[in-house]
Design a protein around this ligand. Structure first.
Ligand SMILES: [Zn+2]
Length: 335
């Protein structure tokens, strides 16, 4: 089969053996897979990855074969897959049903082969059926949308949590805006792209700040919040240089939630957190069924987030375009 393999230097289309599902796996014919900041971080060497890895972890496809121990009714179904594989169901975290943090876990497209390929074999416990009304392209958003929902699973809202500032309006930021809106929060969106700011406004942000033009972002946010600062500040920018503003935009005893670091070292002044008694949250992965339900009921919109679609054979151009174009939100590979 054809697959996009990262050889440690660059991504190349190669002919590799088609995977055979083990007795507990399902073989998926991949139909669409999204490029994520994590893929870029691996390619830049900011996140470690094994040699000759097939990248890609936001994907959907059709089950074409299953192992002996897997329910054969999966065959022919439109599916997506969670990314944390090789779960032992026995460790400290598994016993508490925190399977995404299993000590044995291996993430698809990060630790083991992923989905920029014609086929991928995944453990059947990772599968989720995708309703027919959700296209394969839309279904590539299920994984990041689940991560957006997880933000609020890890950080329950309290009575005084009214205003959230969201920094970074890429794919995850735009999903966070929509999920935060569903939670009833008033939203301030911060990014350097006018196009992304306009989209955030469409999705429910009441105030937008262009971080390139703005002189003092924390001051602007304080002015919008009776001098207090935002009750919640979420960083989905993956930009370490933005952290000072991010921390300073949060009110005393507010909630600070870090979604993405892209493997970059992040210099922060802890005094800024201590003096104002901020609570620091972080989260990753999330509830797939919640994400599927929100897409199915059209409470969350993702079509507008698709910037371009490439074929697998064009994956190099797709990565180049994704990196170069600051306005680009989500690039999808059709396979
Ligand atoms: Zn475990």
């Amino acid at each position: 089969m054809k697959a996009a393999v990262f050889d440690g230097k660059e991504i190349k289309i190669k002919e590799v053996p088609k995977p055979h599902p083990t007795i507990t796996q399902a073989l998926i014919r991949v139909k669409a897979a999204g490029i994520c900041g994590t893929d870029i971080a691996i390619m830049k060497g900011n996140l470690p990855a094994p040699a000759n890895l097939i990248l890609g972890h936001e994907f959907a496809g059709e089950v074409v074969e299953v192992g002996n121990e897997v329910d054969s009714s999966w065959i022919g179904k439109k599916v997506t897959s969670e990314i944390n594989s090789n779960i032992d169901f026995d460790c400290f975290y598994c016993k508490r049903e925190i399977f995404t943090q299993c000590i044995s876990r291996k993430a698809l497209g990060i630790d083991i082969d992923g989905a920029f390929a014609e086929f991928i074999a995944v453990e059947s416990y990772l599968l989720h059926e995708v309703p027919e009304s959700i296209s394969y392209e839309e279904a590539t958003f299920i994984e990041p949308l689940a991560a957006a929902f997880q933000t609020f699973e890890m950080m329950p809202l309290e009575a005084d949590d009214n205003v959230a500032a969201i920094f970074g309006l890429g794919k995850l930021g735009q999903l966070l805006i929509q999920v935060a809106k569903l939670k009833g929060l008033e939203l301030v969106a911060v990014d350097g792209s006018e196009k992304k700011l306009a989209l955030a406004k469409k999705f429910g942000a009441s105030h937008v700040i262009n971080r390139i033009e703005a002189k003092d972002i924390p001051q602007i946010i304080q002015d919008l919040t009776n001098g207090l600062g935002a009750d919640i500040v979420i960083d989905s920018s993956g930009n370490p240089d933005a952290l000072k503003d991010i921390i300073s935009s949060c009110r005393i005893r507010g909630k600070l939630h870090i979604k993405s670091t892209h493997g970059l070292a992040t210099p922060i002044n802890l005094t800024d957190i201590v003096v104002r008694e901020l609570t620091l949250y972080s989260s990753r992965c999330g509830p797939f069924e919640k994400a599927i339900g929100a897409l199915k009921s059209r409470k969350i919109h993702v079509k507008e987030l698709i910037s371009d679609v490439y074929q697998l054979s064009e994956i190099k151009e797709a990565f180049t375009s994704y990196e170069k174009n600051r306005e680009n939100i989500k690039t999808i590979i059709k396979i």
